[in-house]
Design a protein around this ligand. Structure first.
Ligand SMILES: C[S@@+](CC[C@H](N)C(=O)[O-])C[C@H]1O[C@@H](n2cnc3c(N)ncnc32)[C@H](O)[C@@H]1O
Length: 297
């Protein structure tokens, strides 16, 4: 940072980074460190995409933009709300989504497999139908619809508030004709429906870990995070019931986070394939026939 008050975009990114670090805020809602979050905050205040920031680093920041940066930073430090809620935006699998406190900030590792341009390895060839179970903001459903343009997508959540946000995102991405939003407690309202691909990032945080969550995470809907004593309250019904909702060639892609260990302990004989992603290995991948072994005891 140049000496004195920040003047350029670069100065402001470094200034915001410094303030975030000294305030000990938590990251993990779209960024993993202070530099990236500072760049996002400044780009949000400048009303440009974060990817456009690097071309403007030497630009002088004008009065109204300065005021917006300072106001955003003040609110981030005071409320400890995730930056996404303050900007009303999240970036997921390379695309922008609307978010507010009615939904968890989308950050599922499943997004890594739905990036634009990459031929996604998850689905069987000729995929026609996808289910996003526990859709929240709709980010996975929408990214999957982009990744597999010939497929129809059902997107399910139990929360009316989440479905309202998801509907807004479906409109934002112009996918009303291809994504159907459904209110359902897991598979309850999906009787008879079968899919080539089921994607799910359900709540999986164990009770004990819920108590230890940093403030930013406690701003998110509890319904989106809490997974019961060992984190498996929703994971288990999903592995038990997916089989009857998959087509013969269908696949299940399920993020389980830290409940992976509890799941492996409960099913020591089960075949587990954990997809390697940048942050962690907690996204399970099963062909329909591999799910036979998962039965309630
Ligand atoms: C971890 S969030 C995932 C949201 C979104 N898929 C994402 O990755 O950002 C889990 C979602 O599951 C929903 N949910 C919780 N219990 C559910 C249930 N029994 N049936 C369907 N959805 C449920 C919550 O409302 C929340 O939106």
């Amino acid at each position: 940072m140049s000496s004195g008050a920040p003047r350029t975009v670069r100065d402001y990114v470094l200034y915001v980074e410094h303030r975030l670090l000294t305030a000990h805020v938590s990251f993990g809602h779209g960024t993993s460190n202070a530099r990236d979050e500072a760049a996002w905050l400044v780009s949000g205040a400048l009303r440009i995409a974060p990817s456009a920031l690097s071309n403007r680093l030497a630009t002088l920041v004008k009065g109204p933009e300065r005021a917006r940066i300072r106001a955003l930073l003040a609110s981030r430090l005071r409320t400890r709300a995730p930056l996404s809620y303050l900007l009303r935006e999240a970036w997921f699998a390379g695309r922008r989504f609307y978010v507010d406190k009615r939904v968890i900030v989308p950050r599922s590792l499943i997004g890594e497999f739905l990036m634009p341009g990459d031929p996604s390895p998850l689905a069987p060839p000729g995929i026609r139908s996808i289910l996003d179970l526990c859709t929240g903001s709709g980010a996975i459903a929408i990214s999957a619809a982009h990744a597999y343009p010939a497929a129809h997508v059902d997107a399910v959540d139990i929360s009316d508030e989440a479905l309202t946000v998801a509907a807004r995102n479906v409109r934002l991405h112009g996918l009303e004709g291809r994504i159907q939003l459904l209110k359902s407690d897991l598979f309850t309202a999906l009787s008879g429906r079968r899919y080539d691909l089921i994607l799910s990032n359900p709540p999986y945080v164990a009770d004990q870990d819920m108590d230890d969550l940093p403030c930013e995470y406690r701003r998110e809907p509890r319904l989106a995070l809490a997974g019961g004593p060992d984190g498996l309250d929703l994971v288990l019904p999903i592995v038990y019931q997916s089989r009857e909702h998959l087509t013969a060639r269908g696949r299940l892609v399920l993020e389980v986070g830290a409940s992976r260990e509890a799941l492996e302990t409960r099913f020591p004989e089960a075949p587990f394939l954990w997809l390697a992603s940048e942050a962690d290995e907690c996204v399970g991948y099963w062909h329909k026939e591999d799910l036979d072994i998962f039965r309630p005891s």
